[in-house]
Design a protein. Structure first.
Length: 208
């Protein structure tokens, strides 16, 4: 694994090899549609399960919106405090580069925008388990569906800000907003799918 530079300073290449081992290297490359292939079937199964357990449609919809809203906060917290944490040890810097630094150094690498399933699936299982213990399985299904929806939307928007022309006022705003995070002010503008928490916590980018 070869860190390529400081966070926020793009490297000269489109990508970089992170592991000498071919199997490990392959795990760092994911197709951008991976969250759709994983998330949509899981969300559909959880929805059916919730209705079979007697959750009313309006209750399900309300909990789904609550899960979607909670995802936007999780996205902000992870991006700000985990992805942009600055470790002081060599081992910590290598892990940080693997998790997020590589994306800032090589922002045009389309295969390293999505968290590998070997990480996202265990995190999802733990999150669902915590929800089930907190609110019970039928209601946890609805909340987790909202979180899955938010995660899939986040990954889709993130991919589009880097690799697709985004039209319309909302699309153009999100693209400019995220590009400012990458190329002008990487210590601000942590929201990708929505900037709402940057406004709440006063981390909106200050420079164009």
């Amino acid at each position: 694994m070869e860190p390529a530079g400081r966070l926020g300073v793009p490297g000269p290449e489109v990508s970089v090899r992170m592991f000498r081992n071919g199997a490990l290297e392959a795990l760092t490359h994911m197709h951008p549609a991976t969250p759709w292939f994983l998330g949509v079937p899981v969300a559909a199964a959880l929805t059916v399960w919730a209705f079979l357990r007697g959750v009313a449609p309006l209750t399900f919809a309300g909990l789904l919106v609550a899960g979607l809203a909670s995802w936007t906060l999780i996205e902000y917290v992870m991006h700000r405090f985990i992805f942009h944490y600055e470790p002081r040890t060599g081992w910590g810097r290598k892990v940080h580069f693997l998790v997020h630094g590589v994306h800032h150094d090589y922002p045009n690498d389309a295969t390293r925008l999505v968290m590998p399933p070997v990480l996202s699936i265990p995190l999802g299982v733990v999150t669902f388990g915590a929800l089930a213990l907190t609110v019970g399985v039928p209601y946890a299904n609805a909340v987790f569906c909202g979180m899955i929806t938010g995660y899939v939307a986040y990954d889709t928007i993130h991919y589009m800000t880097h690799h697709r022309p985004m039209r319309g006022p909302v699309g153009r705003f999100l693209k400019r907003y995220h590009m400012r995070h990458h190329f002008a002010d990487p210590q601000r503008g942590y929201g990708v799918s929505t900037p709402v928490w940057d406004f709440v916590f006063r981390t909106r980018p200050k420079r164009e």
